[in-house]
Ligand binder design. Structure first.
Ligand code: AP5
Ligand code: MG
Length: 224
């Protein structure tokens, strides 16, 4: 149970477990809402919107979608879900991803009296990440994530809730994935320094989400 509003960013390399940790936080803190930038983009693509059409080539190649599109898209999501109210509790998974996005987000939040209180960087060994991605399957319409070894679906290759087929993400090929990792490693340093300077940055290390999750939960509770 959260006593005061929590506004949390989950940063971490592709495959570090941002989606997995988000789900556990949402299950345990019912006031929390989440926005996962990759899921928002994949929905825009599957709905064939103009943003989706612009974003598709970036996702397929493992490049970042331009800042201007992302900042507008995520700000709109926050507004539409009433998350810019100062009493709302939420987490963002996958946004911000560049220094510019971090700065612009901070400005939007400041203008709405809803400053961030926690930024958590998930730190997982990159060799482990590569192994995980090979066995990741997703239910695209909901964003539910599975792993053939770690959290397999009850029925092989079927979503637990809808029974619909699971698929591989287009950007989970070895070649595209290594581009995404390189991009992450390039962008994270200035963002980390920015949030360190604001005094809200924490790093949580571990090679499984079972080790990482309790540490993240402890940070959320002790900040509250
Ligand atoms: P996005 O969808 O955000 O992808 P990502 O950041 O690359 O991260 P992933 O979703 O791949 O990994 P995750 O950290 O959520 O890990 P997961 O929990 O699935 O973005 C996709 C693309 O959209 C970007 O490349 C870019 O083009 C664009 N984009 C998005 N946001 C943007 C932005 N802000 N600016 C510009 N462009 C943007 O876990 C991974 C796997 O590991 C799963 O199979 C999981 O089951 C498994 N797993 C988790 N924990 C364990 C464990 N303990 N043991 C074993 N397996 C585990
Ligand atoms: Mg994810």
């Amino acid at each position: 149970m959260l006593l005061k509003p929590t506004r949390l960013l989950l940063l971490g390399a592709p495959g570090s477990g941002k989606g997995t940790i988000s789900k556990r936080l949402l299950d345990n803190f019912t006031q929390l809402k989440s926005i996962a930038s990759g899921d928002v983009l994949r929905t825009q693509i599957s709905n064939g919107t103009s943003i989706g059409k612009k974003a598709e080539t970036y996702l397929k190649s493992g490049a970042l979608v331009p800042d201007i599109i992302m900042i507008d898209l995520i700000t709109k999501q926050l507004k539409d879900q009433n998350l810019l109210q100062s009493n709302a509790s939420w987490l963002l998974d996958g946004f911000p991803r560049t220094f510019n996005q971090a700065e612009q987000l901070t400005k939007v939040l400041e203008a709405n009296n809803s400053n961030l209180n926690l930024v958590v960087e998930l730190d997982v060994n990159q060799d482990i990440i590569l192994q995980r991605i090979e066995s990741r399957y997703v239910h695209l319409p909901s964003g539910r994530i599975y792993n053939l070894d770690y959290n397999p679906p009850r029925e092989p290759f079927k979503d637990d809730i809808t029974g619909e087929p699971l698929t591989k993400r287009d950007d989970d090929t070895a070649e595209v994935f290594s581009k995404r990792l390189d991009k992450y490693n390039e962008e994270i340093k200035p963002m980390r320094e920015y949030f360190q300077h604001l005094g809200i940055w924490h790093k949580v290390s571990g090679n499984t989400s079972d080790i990482i999750y309790p540490k993240v939960e402890k940070l959320v509770i002790s900040d509250n």
